[in-house]
Design a protein around this ligand. Structure first.
Ligand code: SAH
Length: 229
């Protein structure tokens, strides 16, 4: 799915307006946060930052396309209210972690977990240039090197969990770290993947639905990823 080609569309605000016009963004809060966090700060080649396409970021990883970031923010909006806890597994460039941090605010907690230490370091540099920098400094936003399949128990339970890489099945640790009333958005599958919306009900039971078919890099071990899967 591509909503536009980049020619002449080189501004973050215009990118957000396109996503609104095409119905990908319906929430004002999502539009606001995507305007606040300039995507160009997170993309290696700033020139094509606003094209609706994923881009390679090294280490066999990609930054997701703007319409995927927008879709995930929309699906998680109710679980990213001020004061809530959010976990971003496979945080990559840090773009969505920064968006989560802005939405949950200084009283909330936004945690990124990424297994390539070099990406953790560059994501922190990206965030330091962005509107989320004060939150990183104050500590409501943090990014950690680790295997995201284990989640990040220190800040659990989470109101929102986003997984930015496709899992063969939903990791149990992530289900365990989801708060009752919490929501996880996770691509599941191998060649063919569905973006699953996983809700933990107040009684602890789990409801799962498929939102759309997607193509993400695998949620795997660091070795397998660096070998090229
Ligand atoms: N949302 C990120 C997506 C990056 S691509 C962005 O838009 O920038 C998926 C990321 O998941 C990659 O950075 C990859 O290194 C990471 N990843 C894959 N398996 C992982 C694992 N087991 N633990 C932590 N991170 C993982």
């Amino acid at each position: 799915m591509r909503f536009w080609i980049g020619n002449g569309i080189n501004k973050n605000k215009q990118m957000v307006e396109h996503l609104q016009r095409y119905g990908v963004i319906s929430s004002m809060k999502v539009a606001e946060v995507m305007e606040t966090i300039d995507r160009a700060l997170f993309v290696p080649d700033g020139a094509s930052a606003y094209v609706d396409s994923p881009m390679a970021i090294g280490y066999n990883a990609t930054i997701s396309a703007p319409h995927m970031h927008a879709t995930c923010l929309q699906l998680l909006e109710q679980n990213l209210q001020p004061g809530m806890h959010a976990l971003d597994v496979g945080s990559g460039t840090g773009y969505l972690t920064a968006c989560f941090a802005i939405m949950v605010g200084p009283q909330g907690r936004a945690v990124g977990v990424e297994h390539i230490p070099e990406l953790v370091a560059s994501s922190i540099k990206n965030i330091e240039k962005s509107a989320a920098a004060p939150l990183l400094k104050e500590g409501s936003l943090s990014v950690h090197a680790g295997d995201g399949r284990q989640g990040w128990p220190e800040c659990a339970p989470y109101d929102a969990i986003h997984v930015g890489a496709a899992a063969p099945e939903i990791p149990q640790a992530l289900l365990d770290q989801l708060k009752p009333g919490g929501r996880m958005v996770i691509p599941v599958g191998n060649m063919f993947q569905d973006l699953k919306v996983v809700d933990k009900n107040m009684d602890g039971s789990i409801s799962i639905r498929s939102e759309t078919s997607v193509r993400y890099v695998p949620l795997t071990s660091r070795d397998a990823q660096l070998r090229g899967y």
